[in-house]
Design a protein around this ligand. Sequence first.
Ligand code: SF4
Length: 332
Amino acid sequence: MHTPPLEEGWQGALSNTVSSPEELLDLLELEHSLLPDAIKADKQFALKIPRAFVSRMEKGNPYDPLLLQVLPLGKELMEVPGYSLDPLGEHAQTPRNGVIHKYHGRLLLITSGACAVNCRFCFRRHFPYEDNQLGGDNWNSALEYIASDHSIKEVILSGGDPLAANDKRLARLVTALSEIPHVETLRIHTRLPLVIPQRITQEMIDWFTGSRLKPVMVIHCNHANEIDHSVETALAKLRQAGVVLLNQTVLLKGINDTTDSLVNLSHKLFQSSVMPYYLHVLDRVQGAAHFDIDEDRAVQLIKAMMIQCPGYLVPKLVREIAGNTSKTPITL
Ligand code: SF4
């Protein structure tokens, strides 16, 4: 398997992703019978996978849990009742361009519309990023909104993937946020430490930890195989710099819907000083119905985890319901 050279740098890795279904199947030595459907689904939501992530997939295994997260399938093209383009009602919760304000005390900034990896289950796979980005360096409207609402203690950089933006831009944004007295915490939601671990550079750590804001990072890891040595090294750098590391997982049929898979993931995260935070049932976005698991099965899995793991390794099982004032716990 091709292992990307480290000297490539994160921006090189970001611009050199696998973006053709045919190349992906060839790299993994998989049959081309998967190709016609993959090409059709790719047209609706483009395939995009960093090579470091591909290198962790098992050759010849069409059911590899990392591959299934990113391989376009014909099932995505089926319209299934109950699955919509905007399952969380976010399009109506954008008071300013690039701002999503759903909950008391914290809000999201759509810092970048780009992702390093396109996850087939993404609830924002139909999000109109072109209308909802912090344009260039012109964040004034979003910053004014945050400054005018004294209840906002936490700003969450989201996307897309916020770490797809460049460091100079992000450093300027963090400096501006740190000048708003009532903002205390800066949280980043990202898959980049997993899919391009070279993204965790000293420059990135400096702007993230160098202001008065408390740094929190939530990585979105769904399977233990996503964490290899290079990811562990990146996470160790963040931890040593004082970043609070949390994980949220989406429960995905065929990928992580077994007790063993979830228990392994929690242990692997903890070895890397990342605390399991949320286990989400799928947000019902059009194109992802084949990943969904019913709530009874999700409850069974969490109960089994409670038997096998200490409580601090059992994530909270939640569903996000449009219009609710927080994530909704699924009762056991
Ligand atoms: S926003 Fe997150 S889940 Fe969605 S495609 Fe990007 S990295 Fe994947």
